[in-house]
Design a protein around this ligand. Sequence first.
Ligand SMILES: C[S@@+](CC[C@H](N)C(=O)[O-])C[C@H]1O[C@@H](n2cnc3c(N)ncnc32)[C@H](O)[C@@H]1O
Length: 267
Amino acid sequence: MSPKRPSRYHLRPHRKGPPATVLEPGQTEYEFGIPIPGLIVPKEQWTQSALKRIPDAKPVDWNILFGRQAPLVVDIGCGNGRFTIADAVLRPDRNHLAIDSLPAVVRYGTRRANQRGLLHVRFAVVDGWRFLTELCADGSLAEIHIYHPQPYADPVTAARRMLTPEFIGWMYRKLIPEGKIFLQTDRKAYWEYLSGNLPGLFDWTSLDGDWNAEPEFRSRREILSRKQGLAIYRGQGIRRSGISTEQFDQLVAAMVQPTFAIDPNDA
Ligand SMILES: C[S@@+](CC[C@H](N)C(=O)[O-])C[C@H]1O[C@@H](n2cnc3c(N)ncnc32)[C@H](O)[C@@H]1O
């Protein structure tokens, strides 16, 4: 039997964190030949963006953690944090929180935010489910970004897909009125699933080919997917208002579970 081809989502082991490339102050950093926004600052100006310990009091008061009151933008499953770094440099008036369940990838984002002296960014090793259900208050998030959620193409692992009806319901509950979600995938089946389930709770628009496509604002996965010639599906949802608790329950109950099949040859 030939060995199973690893999923293209398989993350190479990088247990030691980012390579010890020495970056000089004022230097631009590149990954795949694409600049990562923000200039490297002198070491004495580096910040501490790692959130190593979640406060005991739940839900967390994120304004206190950031040391200022500002709209909170969350990147769930941030990977190496490319999107959050770029967005934080572009929009310094927001607080940016990037979370991922995998410590190794979070270390990349943390180091990059530190080296750029970013004070309004935090990276944390936190599961997306735990974040929404336990760590943030209802009506507290301005934006939720999820780029390339793990597709779990193997039917055996499909039950681990993050964006279930319940998860979608939690995103709705945690957003401020008219708060926004931004979701992106290179899997047509995942995209069709999302486009079928989201419009009840969100005013959902496909942004396919119609968003800020400057290469430095792409996530790592998007850069890799584009290199492979894959289509990128992206949408924006604005939280609908005027939905009663009863309607909310009905809308979530009417959504289908993410049991869609993904062609294993494309995994
Ligand atoms: C395919 S990668 C995409 C990373 C990044 N968003 C990008 O586009 O480059 C999916 C990421 O989601 C993370 N992830 C998967 N399930 C998660 C969960 N339940 N909570 C938080 N992160 C999760 C994985 O560790 C991985 O880093």
